[in-house]
Design a protein around this ligand. Structure first.
Ligand code: SF4
Length: 703
């Protein structure tokens, strides 16, 4: 099947059938939405899912007519959210924003976006912040998701595209090393792309838990949480010591190996075994499997990235891949698995604190000139970089911090680290506004809630985990009373004094402007158009012109640094920001389950999914549970230095006795993020979601 052919399936809204993509993760599985008396979903052949869907995708239509949908603006009056007209709600928001900025300056208003927003929304949100509000205070939940991998990819290769090759290339691999990824639960149709490597005995999975993905591995390496960087150094050491260094590739395509080896030379496998708990023989076997493969890939995901050393940890995996000559080599490579639906496009078009559209830096004078010209404003009027996501949330309502926050496509009350503190910061605001489908936990505390459309109710583009731009078409009318995020931004911009045509609400018009703003940038979409996407073209960025075919495989001729070479980056193991002690003797790892997506705001509203996993659970080794006086099904109290949460005990014999696992999709007292550590990676500002020190006891009902 060719890539282009795979995209061209008929869409016939008149016949009640629209080809679209799943609203959830970055695999963006192809599906057909059948409308009519009852809306239903059928899987569709598309290269990423090859006709498969997971349970989330199958049930996605349930949210379209869910009774949980918001259909009227809500305004808090005397402590209660009450229905209001759109005009009243928007007038109120615009008036309060103007007053707060007049009293405290432009940065008194902040914006928080999301990695599930379409490219058009991410773009217009960034423009709205910088032009309509003049604030530097904008960031998004992708900071909590992809930022470490993005930073490491940028510094090694000069450009960050999660997978710089089509996913289907994995089918030809003899070996794949997956570091911190559990696609068998997070994106099940992905797993079929690993079957070739698994069948050849070359699937290596790095994960402290024996996940369903690890069960399928030829080799499962289970490091102590927070020691992945040391493990990558150990495998690199083994590869070099066993004569697998690709010297000609290093000479022709890279710089900086000597500095990396000065560090890796001191991480021989036996030493690394003492740090990570992974047997030296297994480290050597992993190196051997990758090095002897004709085609091999190293892929990372959140398990190895969401650490206070996340960028350096990903750099360590990239160094291993470079030493073996994989990136930019046909049939081999390095990549990271983007999580959120538009986690790729969402990090390219300007909703990040330090960024302008096209993956440009906001502190680059040439980038500012270019984008300001497209926006019709002076470059000097654009603010500089703002605070990163956690730092922004931490500053809310404080002296010198934002006094108002507008949230689009995010549920920070559940998804931010140290979430009790974040909830407290939200309550210190003068104005909290959310745009939401359902009354999420964040919206429930807002002053104004604006009901907005979702995936199948609007047109928009998404960029999947391969950097392929997809057109998601409107299939059904939204419920009466609901508006699109673009309409909300357009209406607010008008009330803030912006010219009518500067903030269009039509997605295709916004995309046309995005093309111009991204032209010449790293993520160049100037040659992507709705017309080409409607015609079924498979366009992977960069697409720098109407006649350009797109770039399915990046880096084959050169990396994106000016000299065309990839950079080895010297990194060393320091360990997690917080280690267990007598008071908090266990390591907590957070993650996802198959039935829920992110904060669970959408999937918890779908009965079929909520019925399977209705509440938070904690996985414990049976011995650990017994020591705490706990048994299967008991309610446990899990505490860290930042808070306490409750979860139902599941005993898992394959888990390390010093580790417990918590899914992060649940609200209130079941929030795993009540525990997590906001220690930030100095490069990407990624919080350390993946490991913190905890203790577990039997729930006694005490606060
Ligand atoms: S959630 Fe991800 S894996 Fe599941 S159907 Fe949707 S896009 Fe596919």
């Amino acid at each position: 099947m060719t890539l282009a052919a795979a995209a061209t399936h008929p869409t016939d809204p008149a016949a009640g059938q629209v080809d679209t993509h799943c609203p959830y993760c970055a695999l963006q599985c192809g599906m057909t939405l059948r409308t009519g008396a009852r809306t239903a979903i059928a899987p569709r052949e598309f290269p990423t899912n090859a006709g498969g869907l997971c349970q989330k995708g199958w049930t996605a239509a349930a949210l379209l007519d869910s009774p949980a949908r918001l259909t009227t603006p809500l305004v808090r009056v005397a402590g209660e959210l009450r229905p209001a007209s759109w005009d009243d709600a928007l007038d109120l928001v615009a008036g309060r924003l103007r007053d707060l900025q007049a009293a405290h300056g432009p940065d008194a208003v902040a914006i928080f976006g999301g990695g599930g927003l379409t490219n058009e929304k991410a773009y217009l949100l960034g423009k709205f912040a910088r032009v309509a509000l003049g604030t530097s205070q904008i960031d998004y939940n992708g900071r909590f998701c992809m930022s470490a991998a993005a930073a490491a990819g940028g510094r090694a290769f000069g450009a960050d595209r999660g997978l710089p090759f089509p996913l289907t290339d994995l089918a030809g691999a003899d070996a794949v090393l997956l570091a911190g990824a559990n696609p068998a639960e997070t994106m099940p149709p992905f797993v079929q792309h690993l079957r070739g490597a698994a069948a050849k005995g070359g699937l290596v999975v790095v994960d402290p838990r024996r996940t369903p993905t690890a069960e399928q591995a030829s080799l499962h390496l289970a490091p102590v949480p927070g020691t992945d960087l040391a493990l990558a150094l150990g495998i690199l050491h083994a590869a070099v010591a066993d004569g697998h260094l690709r010297q000609s590739y290093l000479d022709e395509r890279t710089t900086g190996f000597a500095a990396v080896w000065r560090i890796a030379a001191a991480y021989w496998p036996e030493r690394v075994e003492r740090i990570t708990g992974v047997a030296a023989a297994d480290q050597r076997r992993a190196a051997d499997l990758l090095a002897r493969a004709r085609n091999a890939y190293v892929l990372t995901a959140r398990g190895t990235e969401q650490h206070a050393t996340g960028t350096d940890t990903v750099s360590a995996w990239i160094n291993l891949a470079l030493a073996l000559g994989l990136p930019g080599t046909p049939g081999s490579g390095f990549g990271c698995l983007t999580g959120q639906g538009n986690g790729q496009g969402g990090r390219e078009h300007g909703q990040k604190a330090d960024q302008l559209p096209g993956y440009r830096r906001i502190d680059d004078p040439a980038a500012r000139e270019h984008v300001a010209r497209v926006w019709g404003v002076p470059a000097a009027s654009l603010p500089g970089p703002g605070r990163s996501a956690y730092e922004l949330l931490d500053a809310l309502g404080t002296e010198g911090g934002p006094r108002a926050l507008l949230v689009f496509g995010s549920n920070v009350t559940v998804s931010a680290p140290r979430s009790a503190h974040v909830t407290e910061r939200l309550s210190g605001l003068d104005l909290l506004v959310t745009a939401d489908l359902v009354l999420s936990e964040t919206s429930a505390t807002a002053d104004v809630v604006l009901p907005v459309t979702q995936w199948a109710e609007e047109d928009g583009t998404m960029t999947n985990l391969e950097g392929r731009v997809l057109l998601r078409r409107k299939a059904v009318d939204p419920p009466e009373g609901v508006r699109t995020d673009l309409e909300v931004l357009s209406a607010l911009a008008g009330r803030l004094g912006q010219p009518e045509d500067r903030f269009p609400a039509d997605p295709e018009t916004v995309f046309t402007e995005l093309r111009a703003a991204s032209a010449g940038g790293i993520a160049d979409y100037s040659g992507v158009s709705y017309g080409r996407l409607r015609a079924g073209e498979a366009l992977y960025w960069p697409v720098p012109g109407d006649d350009h075919p797109g770039t399915p495989r990046m880096f084959l001729d050169a990396f994106a640094h000016p000299d065309g070479r990839a950079r080895f980056v010297p990194v060393t193991h320091t360990g997690p920001a917080e280690v267990p002690d007598a008071e908090f003797p266990l390591r907590a790892v957070t993650g996802r389950v198959l039935q829920h997506y992110q904060s669970g705001a959408q999937t918890r509203a779908i009965g079929e999914l909520a019925a399977v996993v209705p509440e938070a659970f904690v996985e414990l080794h049976p011995d650990t549970a017994a020591r705490a006086g706990l048994a299967e099904g008991d309610l446990a109290r899990v505490a860290s230095r930042r808070g306490v949460m409750r979860a139902r005990v599941r005993c898992v014999g394959s888990l390390r006795p010093d580790v417990l696992f918590l899914p992060f999709h649940f609200p209130d007292r079941q929030r795993a993020n009540l525990l997590t550590n906001p220690a930030l990676d100095p490069v990407s500002r990624m919080p350390e979601f993946k490991v913190c020190a905890v203790r577990v006891t039997k729930e006694d009902g005490a606060a």
